[in-house]
Design a protein around this ligand. Structure first.
Ligand code: NAP
Length: 295
């Protein structure tokens, strides 16, 4: 078990990952920007980052820091560059000053770096928006220090206040009987967040350098995911309209097929990618009382 510094620990994934790592016996040190964070620091500032590393002396770092609002990245490319690229460059520079192999970096990236028909292999990156380009540049910085880079996507209820995820949006809208459009032309193969946390745990046990896709073994459209989730939860699907993403004006262009090929991760870390059925089942379990006030 290791001393693990989680950067961006108070976001959507961090709030789920930190307790999961602690439960498997790791010593977890949580960085955030707020003064209330266990280890407050501005990782885009080299001096602040150096202080953080001196204070925490981690054996592993999981970097979750990111500007994740894809449309906001498009209108604020500087903010995207700072969070998604500069922070990783600063981190890599700091790690180059430590003894080789003393600290292993696990860096989270995204299936948004792909474009065109999937499932995509790791050498197929073709970022098509500012978010994806800034994340891709962050990957290059992480790879310069032999990091484990995980290109992924995840579903499941958010435990992070003010940052709902896709399934929160579906369940919340259906419960409120609010009309929404779900896209049948956008394909993905996310993991449930808890499965992703297990996968990250695996990379901490067996540090391996490289870029790895992490996802379910199959995939489906976002519309199918939403319909199946509604069915699993006995929620009335009537407010949902199935349509194409072209019907909605978004600031950033989105890849339509984000499905990733997971063989490299499975072979390297000795795991078997679960199916979307598992991701759907675990997501449904996150909302035990979803249908209660629906009638
Ligand atoms: N959410 C998804 O569906 C999804 C899908 C695929 C991949 N990913 C990847 O998974 C990782 C974690 O995502 P997430 O959903 O947990 O993201 P999130 O909820 O947006 O949290 C990201 C964290 O980054 C920190 N941050 C943002 N800008 C920063 C800056 N300029 N300087 C320092 N810290 C900054 C924030 O810290 P503070 O708390 O200090 O504000 C926040 O807690 C990211 O690498 C993301 O690209 C996410």
């Amino acid at each position: 078990m290791a001393r693990v510094l989680v950067m961006g620990a108070y976001g959507r994934l961090g709030t789920l990952l930190c307790p999961a790592l602690a439960a498997s016996g790791h010593e977890v040190l949580r960085q955030g920007r707020s003064p209330e964070a266990d280890f407050p620091a501005d990782p885009s500032d080299a001096a602040s980052l150096d202080r953080l590393l001196a204070q925490t002396r981690p054996e592993r770092i999981v970097n979750l820091v990111a500007a994740t609002d894809v449309d906001r990245c498009e209108t604020d490319p500087h903010g995207a560059l700072v969070a998604n690229t500069l922070v990783v460059e600063r981190l890599a520079a700091a790690l180059r000053c430590t003894a080789p192999g003393a600290v292993h970096l696990v860096h989270l990236s995204t299936d948004q770096v792909y474009d065109g028909p999937g499932p995509h292999r790791e050498d197929d990156a073709r970022p098509c928006n500012v978010y994806a380009r800034s994340k891709y540049a962050g990957e290059l910085a992480a790879m310069s220090v032999g990091a484990t880079v995980l290109r992924t996507n995840f579903v499941g209820a958010s435990r992070c206040e003010g940052r709902p995820g896709f399934s929160d949006f579906i369940v919340g809208s259906l419960r409120a009987k609010k009309a929404i459009t779900v896209f049948n032309d956008v394909l993905f193969n996310p993991l449930h967040a808890s499965t992703l946390c297990e996968a990250i745990g695996r990379t901490l046990e067996r540090p391996a350098s490289g870029i790895f896709n992490v996802g379910s073994c199959d995939g489906l459209s976002k519309a199918k995911f939403a319909l199946r989730l509604a069915a699993n939860l006995h929620l009335d699907p009537t407010p949902m309209t199935v349509g194409t993403s072209t019907a909605v004006a978004l600031k950033a262009r989105r890849p339509l097929d984000m499905r990733v090929e997971t063989r490299r991760f499975e072979d390297t870390f000795g795991v078997v990618a679960p199916s979307m059925d598992v991701a759907l089942h675990l997501t449904a379990k996150d909302y035990p009382h979803a249908a209660q006030s629906q009638s």
